[in-house]
Design a protein around this ligand. Structure first.
Ligand code: GDP
Length: 442
C-alpha cells in the first residue's frame, strides 16, 4: 500500500530535511515533485491542485524560510496537509448500546469485496464483544448467500439466510430475529451489480428507508483508483453513505483512491481491507497513513504489530525504550529476530521510520537480515548496550568477525541511529502516545 508514492515522498523529504537553508526555488522544485508524485499515484486532479496551492502558500511564508530547520518545517507542512487530505481524525463506527439493535448496511458493486468485508466486519465487532447477526441479502450475485454462510461460520457469526426471495423481506426477518434472539448488531450484505444501475439503486434506497441504518458503508475496491472515488460519489448522491471501506488496500501500490476520497466525497474512510483473510480489516487512521506516505514510518502500527508476537509486557518495555532513547543495539538484535517471525518483511520495514520505500522486495531477502544479525553477533554485549563506544578499531574487528566490511558495519550503525532518533520523536508525539495509552483500538 502506497509503495510508489512513499518512494517519491521519501526522496523529497530526504532531500529537504536537514538542509540548513532553503530558498523559494527549493520549495518550488519540491512542490513540483510532489505534484508529479500525486498525479502518478492517480490522485484526483482538482485535489492535487488544491494541495499544491495550499502547500506553496504556506511554505513560502516567513515561517518556513526563516525557521531554524526550514527543511523539517516544510516537511511538517506537507505532512499536516496530507493528514487533512486523508480525513484528519480517525472516524470510528457509530454503534448503539447493547439494548438497541445497531444496523450496518454494506453497499458496493460486484467484486468490490463486499461479502468478504461483511464477514470481516462481523468478526471485528464480535471481537469487541458484540453479538452480531449477518443478513444475506445479496440475491443477485450467484452463490453470494452461500459464500456469506461459509465465511460467517469461519468467523463464528450467525448468518440469516431467509426463506423469501426478496431482499427487503429477508432484511425484515433478520431484524425481527435480532430482536428475539438478542443480537445487538445486524450487518446487511446488500445486492451488488456489475455496474451502477437504476434497479440496484432503487432497491438500495428502499432498503435504506426500511432499515434506517446507523451506518451505510460503501465497500470500494481501492485498486480501481479514481473509479472507486466516482462510485463512492454516485452511491452517496443516490443513497447516502456514512463512510467507505477501501478493500484490497494491500494490493494497491498507488493509493490514489485513499488520498482523493475524503476531499472529493466528503465521506471518511473508516476501514481498509488488507488481505483476503477474515482478520484482514484495519481501522483507517489518517495520521498514520500520512506518516507512511511521507516515509516517516508508522511506529504506532509497528508497535501494534509487534504486540501480536511479543507479549504485552515486552511491548510496553519497547515503547518506553523508544521514548526514552534507551533503545540499544541489543534490542535491535532482539527485534531483528522477531521480525523473522512477523511475516511480510516488506510491510514491516515500510513502517520503520526512514526506511519506507528504501528497499525493494528483492533487496529484502533473508540474507540481508542474516548479515545484520552476523554483525550484531560479532559485537560484544557491552558494545550492543552502548553503540557509542564502537570506534574504528572495533568496527574493523566486528567486520572481520562477521565476514562483512567496515562499510557495512558503519551502515548498520548509521541506520540504527537514524531509526532510533526518529522513533523517539514519533513516540514522543503527544497524540500518538495518548492513543497508545488508550489501548489504541477504535
Ligand atoms: P463481492 O462480489 O463484492 O461480494 O466480492 P467478494 O467479497 O467475493 O470479493 C471479491 C474478491 O476479492 C475475492 O476473491 C476476495 O477474496 C477478494 N478480496 C476482498 N477483500 C480483499 C482485500 O482486502 N484484500 C485482498 N487481497 N483481496 C480481497
Amino acid at each position: 500500500m502506497f509503495e510508489n508514492i512513499t518512494q517519491a515522498f521519501s526522496d523529497i523529504t530526504r532531500t529537504l530535511s536537514g538542509k540548513a537553508a532553503i530558498s523559494e526555488k527549493n520549495i518550488e522544485e519540491a512542490v513540483e515533485k510532489i505534484k508529479m508524485a500525486l498525479l502518478e499515484a492517480d490522485v484526483n486532479l482538482r485535489v492535487v491542485r488544491r494541495f499544491i496551492n495550499a502547500t506553496i502558500e504556506e511554505a513560502k511564508g516567513e515561517k518556513v524560510l526563516r525557521a531554524v530547520d526550514p527543511g523539517q518545517q516544510f516537511v511538517k507542512i506537507v505532512y499536516d496537509r496530507m493528514v487533512s487530505l486523508l480525513g484528519d481524525e480517525h472516524q470510528g463506527l457509530k454503534l448503539k448500546g447493547p439494548d438497541v439493535t445497531t444496523v450496518i448496511l454494506l453497499l458496493g458493486l460486484q467484486g468490490s469485496g463486499k461479502t468478504t468485508t461483511a464477514a470481516k466486519l462481523a468478526l471485528h465487532l464480535k471481537n469487541k464483544g458484540r453479538r452480531v447477526l449477518l443478513a444475506a441479502c445479496d440475491l443477485v450475485r450467484p452463490a453470494a448467500v452461500e459464500q456469506l454462510a461459509v465465511l460467517g461460520r469461519a468467523a463464528g457469526v450467525e448468518v440469516h439466510r431467509g426463506s423469501a426471495g426478496d431482499p427487503l423481506a429477508i432484511a425484515k426477518e433478520a431484524m425481527a430475529r435480532a430482536k428475539k434472539e438478542l443480537f445487538d448488531t445486524v450487518i446487511v450484505d446488500t445486492t451488488g451489480r456489475m455496474q451502477l444501475d437504476e434497479a440496484m439503486m432503487e432497491e438500495l434506497v428502499r432498503m435504506r428507508e426500511l432499515l434506517k441504518p446507523d451506518e451505510a458503508l460503501l465497500v470500494a475496491d481501492s485498486m480501481t483508483g479514481q473509479t472507486a472515488v466516482d462510485i463512492a460519489k454516485a452511491f452517496d448522491e443516490k443513497i447516502g453513505i456514512s463512510g467507505v471501506i477501501l478493500s484490497k488496500f494491500d494490493s494497491d501500490t498507488r493509493g490514489g483512491a485513499a488520498i482523493s476520497l475524503k476531499s472529493v466525497t466528503g465521506k471518511p474512510i473508516k476501514f481498509v481491507g488488507v488481505s483476503e483473510h477474515l482478520d484482514g480489516l484495519e481501522a483507517f487512521y489518517p495520521d498514520r497513513a500520512a506518516s507512511r506516505i511521507l516515509g516517516m514510518g508508522d511506529v504506532v502500527s509497528l508497535v501494534e504489530k509487534a504486540q501480536a508476537v511479543m507479549d504485552q509486557a515486552e511491548a510496553e518495555a519497547l515503547e518506553k525504550k523508544l521514548a526514552s532513547e534507551t533503545f540499544t543495539l541489543e534490542d535491535y538484535l532482539d527485534q531483528l529476530r522477531k521480525v523473522k517471525k512477523m511475516g511480510s518483511l516488506k510491510s514491516l520495514v515500510d513502517m520503520m521510520p526512514g526506511m519506507a520505500g528504501q528497499l525493494s522486495e528483492e533487496q529484502l531477502d533473508k540474507e540481508d537480515l542474516k548479515h545484520e544479525e552476523a554483525i550484531l553477533l560479532s559485537m560484544t554485549r557491552k558494545e550492543r548496550l552502548n553503540h557509542l563506544i564502537i570506534g574504528p578499531t572495533r568496527r574493523s574487528r566486528i567486520a572481520r568477525g562477521s565476514g562483512t566490511s567496515v562499510a557495512e558495519v558503519a551502515r548498520l550503525l548509521k541506520k540504527f541511529e537514524k531509526s532510533r532518533l526518529m522513533m523517539k520523536k514519533m513516540v514522543k508525539n503527544k497524540k500518538a502516545a495518548e492513543k497508545m495509552m488508550a489501548g489504541f483500538r477504535p
